[in-house]
Design a protein around this ligand. Structure first.
Ligand code: SF4
Length: 328
């Protein structure tokens, strides 16, 4: 029987629970002075609380993608110095920590807002080289791994989307060709760093194709997968909730690959999570907003096996791009 607080492994990383904290937006950064004490304190509370793995807030690959007023950028000169302190906080409590990176708009090689079908091979190589540089910075900052945002509406999810990628070269057409650019990024990162590579990947409209994407990523170097959704209502079927679709698909992926599969979002209580862990092959649950409400809530869950998150899932922190609860 699986339980939330099992001591197990996430790939090769030892963890003390099956809860993955996934970061949302950052709103406590000081763009002039770098990370603030509030941020370090928040990470310390999470690390003290038996969280399995901490994933940072979203770090932008490119300066033109300003996800919030306080976005962290991989190219900020103090990135390594600032985040070294964050990773040290996590490691003091033996918690693995991953850096979440992604981009939405493609403006490489002096071009603006590139569509997937218009990328040249030179553009693809530029993006891949930028990921290698980013991964090296992440490794030097002391992270255990990197979360590649290749799901939701991030640009690399569009590269894998059969409705958007209709290229007729090696980077389009078959499922493998659509995933090839991401596979090459993963392999380059694995070749040049020792980072765990975690991929956040979509359930697209075609479930079988989405499963094949997950298999290809797993067979070609990804160390773990998180299942998420394309943020567009037309991708979901009538009569079935988004969450049920994600649970069913994540279970199907977990039965098809040999790496850990994480289900993202929608779970708020221990009873619900433990039941899900034991009725499916899903081994890890990702949570965001409960950590915004109370970064140390898992410490309370250890003492009360039926506890629930106090987050009301009002989504105000998400829409207003805050890393603190707005109900307070
Ligand atoms: S603002 Fe709403 S969704 Fe965000 S943490 Fe607070 S209660 Fe939860």
């Amino acid at each position: 029987m699986k339980t939330i607080f099992d001591h197990t492994k996430f790939g090769s990383l030892p963890v003390s629970s099956r809860i993955i904290r996934n970061g949302l937006w950052e709103s406590q950064n000081d763009s002039a002075k770098g990370l603030t004490q509030e941020i370090y304190d928040r990470y310390e509370k999470m690390a003290e609380s038996d969280v399995g793995v901490i994933v940072t807030e979203l770090i932008s690959m490119y300066d033109h993608d300003r996800f919030s007023d306080y976005t962290h950028y991989i190219n900020t000169p103090s990135f390594i110095r600032d985040f070294k302190e964050v990773t040290e906080v996590a490691h003091e409590h033996h918690v693995p920590i991953l850096a979440q990176i992604g981009f939405v708009n493609c403006n490489v090689n002096g071009k603006q807002m590139m569509e997937v079908n218009d990328l040249t091979i030179e553009d693809i190589r530029t993006i891949q080289a930028d990921y290698v540089v980013a991964a090296k910075k992440i490794m030097f900052a002391g992270f255990d791994g990197v979360e590649l945002c290749v799901g939701n509406n991030f640009y690399l999810s569009r590269v894998m989307n059969p409705f958007e990628n209709t290229r007729d070269d090696d980077y389009g057409g078959s499922t493998y060709n659509r995933v090839r650019m991401i596979v090459e990024i993963i392999q380059l990162i694995k070749k040049t760093t020792d980072l765990h590579v975690h991929c956040k990947v979509n359930l697209y409209q075609d479930e079988d194709d989405s499963l094949e994407i997950c298999r290809i990523l797993a067979d070609n170097g990804a160390d773990s997968l998180q299942i998420t959704k394309f943020l567009s209502p037309q991708y979901f079927r009538k009569g079935q909730s988004n969450q049920n679709m994600l649970v069913d698909f994540a279970d199907r992926v977990a039965r098809s690959v040999d790496i850990p599969v994480v289900l993202g979002g929608g779970q708020s209580g221990q009873d619900q999570i433990n039941e899900l862990l034991n009725s499916t092959e899903i081994d890890f649950i990702s949570m965001q907003r409960p950590f915004v409400k109370n970064p140390g809530f898992l410490s309370e869950w250890v003492d009360d096996p039926h506890a629930k998150s106090e987050c009301k899932t009002c989504n105000n922190c998400y829409w207003k791009k805050q890393s603190v609860c707005l109900i307070e």
